[in-house]
Write a protein that binds this ligand. Structure first.
Ligand SMILES: Cc1cc2nc3c(=O)[nH]c(=O)nc-3n(C[C@H](O)[C@H](O)[C@H](O)COP(=O)(O)OP(=O)(O)OC[C@H]3O[C@@H](n4cnc5c(N)ncnc54)[C@H](O)[C@@H]3O)c2cc1C
Length: 309
């Protein structure tokens, strides 16, 4: 196989690049390890609509993502932030109206961030996107080596992977200098060590209680909770980032789900314990996203709680 540009990774970076290159007349081949495109962009797909399991938001002042969304004809809507914010202390006591809605002013995509992925994939001829095709190495002459043993010879190769994942998992021929490998290895992969719990409901009952769906907890297991509903509250959903370190989450999915529902009920009332469906997405367990170094976040962006699983 030969091409102008071989792209390794069909996350947003790889797909958006393929879209731009094809618009300027370049031939591309894109190789994706997972059986699905999107990388860190993923959704819980329900009959009522999608709920984000990876990224949810973009912000004013980010012209590139805004332009891409406009070009693809996708619909943005404002993150729901009306009503009181809740705060749960380390003893599980809940206070209302404490703090501010931290994601007020952010935007979401109707149908979830996966609509961005779906729209980009729809622009690519199927023969250009190779799913389930992990790349294992790259040679200086532009040869991309696939795990299957097949090769692709390209004039240019773009590695659209998290840098430290590329350094840890790809073989470079000739090998990269240690300083280059070290420079790649120290770049943290944003949110790779985190996990999201999502609960989908028939109604956004918290809104009717005058609550925004935003909560901060020192008790856990969820450290930061937000309204994850679609436009017009369809589907109605809450999500929380786990406040438990990646190593302490391993093997505890069932307990985490049960404790997360109990916590949502403490904060938002008994209805919160009766979702239609839930999902737990632990990105730290995803081999094509995180390496061991990502299990320790580069900085504390979420309050950590003591695991009680
Ligand atoms: C829980 C969570 C919440 C987030 N929230 C936000 C948010 O609200 N707003 C925001 O702006 N950002 C957010 N982010 C970050 C955002 O998701 C990423 O910045 C973005 O999706 C990165 O896209 P990417 O294409 O660069 O990388 P990735 O999405 O990581 O894509 C890399 C691709 O390469 C593939 N791959 C890996 N190894 C190989 C291989 N050997 N061969 C072939 N393919 C390979 C992977 O499967 C993947 O598809 C969040 C991330 C997470 C996990």
């Amino acid at each position: 196989m030969k091409t102008d540009v071989a792209i390794i990774g069909a996350g947003l970076a790889g797909l958006a690049l393929a879209y731009d290159l094809r618009q300027s007349g370049c031939d591309v081949q894109i190789f994706e390890a997972r059986p699905r495109p999107g990388g860190r962009i993923e959704a819980l797909r329900t009959p009522l609509g999608n709920v984000d399991l990876g990224p949810s938001w973009f912000w004013p002042g980010q012209p590139r993502i805004a332009q891409l969304i406009a070009k693809l004809g996708l619909q943005a809507f404002a993150q729901y932030a009306s009503g009181q914010v809740s705060f749960e202390d380390s003893g599980g006591q809940v206070q209302r109206g404490v703090g501010f809605a931290s994601m007020e002013g952010a935007y979401r995509l109707s149908g979830g961030m996966v609509t961005l992925v779906d729209a980009l994939v729809a622009q690519l001829p199927a023969a250009r996107l190779h799913l389930g095709c992990p790349v294992v190495g790259v040679s200086e002459n532009g040869t991309v080596h696939l795990k299957s043993g097949a090769q692709c010879l390209a004039q240019h190769v773009v590695i659209a992977l998290p840098p430290r994942l590329a350094a840890a998992t790809l073989a470079f021929h000739p090998g990269l200098p240690p300083s280059a490998l070290q420079a790649l290895a120290v770049i943290p992969t944003w949110m790779a060590g985190h996990a999201k719990f999502v609960a989908v409901y028939e109604q956004p009952f918290w809104r009717q209680m005058g609550l925004s769906g935003d909560a901060i907890s020192r008790c856990g297991p969820l450290a930061e909770i937000h309204d994850a509903s679609g436009p017009q509250a369809t589907p109605a959903a809450l999500f929380g980032f786990l406040g438990i370190a990646a190593a302490d989450r391993l093997g505890h999915a069932a307990a985490i789900k049960a404790e997360s529902l109990a916590q949502l009920a403490r904060i938002f009332g008994a209805q919160a314990a009766q979702p239609m469906v839930t999902a737990l997405q632990d990105w730290a367990c995803e081999d094509y996203t995180a390496i061991a170094a990502d299990h320790t976040p580069p900085m504390v962006i979420l309050p950590m709680v003591a695991p009680r699983l």
